[in-house]
Write a protein that binds this ligand. Structure first.
Ligand code: UFG
Length: 345
């Protein structure tokens, strides 16, 4: 049994991590400033309210506690927002990470699993992206994560820090039976927005661009369930026991789905019409992002359990149709609005 500090454990992926580790017998402590996470999503482990930008609060968090490892999910993570607020992104994602690493060093915590992203690669130069693909981020979010990856590599060489960067492609899904799912006050992600449209919440969803060089003109993404991401983190912890150094793995299912295909799949899962309208391209969106996760499978022994799109959407649908009271998602009205454009279910 290990004691893991989950930074950002009140957020979407961090809360699923806490559930996963607890179920397999580890103990967890959550560190979060609750800026975007939710106190009620912390259902496993103690909460330490602390801010990565406050070295003093980090010092208090580490003092008197012994952690075997840190998992670091706390970050600003919206591509578009990063373009308009770059200082916030570099402060939180680079300075915040540096403060965390320094606190770990002071307190002899020598291993970390770091949430990284497909955004470190920038515009893809291959149909399927493996770890050796050039890293040329096209927005401050991706750049901030790549800087943190570089810091981890330097820390491995200088201090012997063990680290694993896990580059998620498109995290999706929920664990409604455990009362956790995607609960953002401001939702920009595709699957939640499609499901809100299915529930008749808000106006029709927008499809950002249908003139990309993809089979149906809409962007293609590789959706991976949060529980499978959690599994990879747990495997990375074991891997680092025997393998010093800084490591990185891409995590996705290796299959791309277009925005239109996601809307159609959500229509089938929900049995509802999904109203949508076409809109301009969203700045910063690559046409297609599909992972090669061969290295994670071979080296970590990662075996995703949610390999089909429909069950991933189904888990999110169960969450969105009856969210807990604390979730900022508005309650579902009974009726969907009149469809502006409806794909067959
Ligand atoms: N999209 C829509 N309408 C919406 C929301 C999204 O058409 O209402 C489209 C986007 O334009 C994009 C696709 O659906 O083409 C997926 O968008 P998401 O916002 O769900 O996810 P992203 O691919 O933008 O973001 C993900 C991760 C980021 C990561 C990024 C790398 O969430 O952390 O991939 O590009 F940085």
């Amino acid at each position: 049994m290990r004691h893991i500090l989950i930074c950002g454990g009140a957020g979407y992926i961090g809360s699923h991590m806490a559930q996963y580790l607890t179920e397999r017998g580890d103990s967890v402590t959550v560190l979060d400033n609750l800026s975007t996470g939710h106190r009620d999503a912390i259902r496993w482990g103690e909460l330490i309210e602390a801010d990565l930008l406050s070295p003093e609060s980090l010092e208090r968090a580490f003092t008197g506690r012994r952690f075997d490892a840190v998992m670091h999910f706390a970050a600003r993570s919206l591509v578009g927002e990063s373009v308009s607020q770059p200082y916030d992104y570099y402060a939180n994602n680079v300075t915040g990470t540096l403060n965390l690493l320094q606190a770990m060093r002071r307190h002899d915590v020598d291993r970390i699993v770091f949430s990284s992203t497909a955004a470190v690669f920038g515009n893809p130069q291959a149909d399927v992206i493996d770890e050796d693909h050039p890293k040329a981020p096209i927005n401050p979010y991706g750049a901030s994560k790549l800087m943190a990856e570089r810091i981890l590599a330097d820390a491995a060489a200088a201090y012997g820090l063990r680290s694993t960067c896990l580059r998620y492609f498109n995290a999706a899904g929920a664990l409604p039976d455990h009362g956790i799912g995607e609960a953002h006050a401001c939702e920009t992600h595709l699957i939640p927005n499609v499901l809100r449209a299915a529930l008749g919440i808000g106006s029709a969803m927008r499809v950002f661009g249908d003139d990309y060089a993809t089979p149906d003109g809409t962007c293609v993404r590789d959706y991976v369930h949060v529980q499978d991401l959690a599994q990879a983190h747990a495997l990375a912890l074991c891997y680092m026991d025997d393998t010093p150094g800084a490591h990185a793995f891409n995590l996705g299912n290796g299959r791309g789905f277009s925005v239109r295909e996601v809307i159609a799949a959500a229509g089938s899962v929900s049995g509802r019409s999904i109203p949508f309208e076409l809109a301009e391209r969203r700045p910063g969106d690559p046409a297609s992002l599909v992972a090669s996760s061969a290295r994670a499978r071979e080296v970590l022994g990662w075996q995703p359990q949610w390999t089909e799109l429909a069950p991933i959407i189904e888990s999110a649908w169960q969450w969105h149709r009856s969210p807990p009271a604390w979730s900022p998602q508005p309650p579902a009205p009974g009726m969907a609005p009149a469809a502006m454009d409806v794909l067959p279910a």
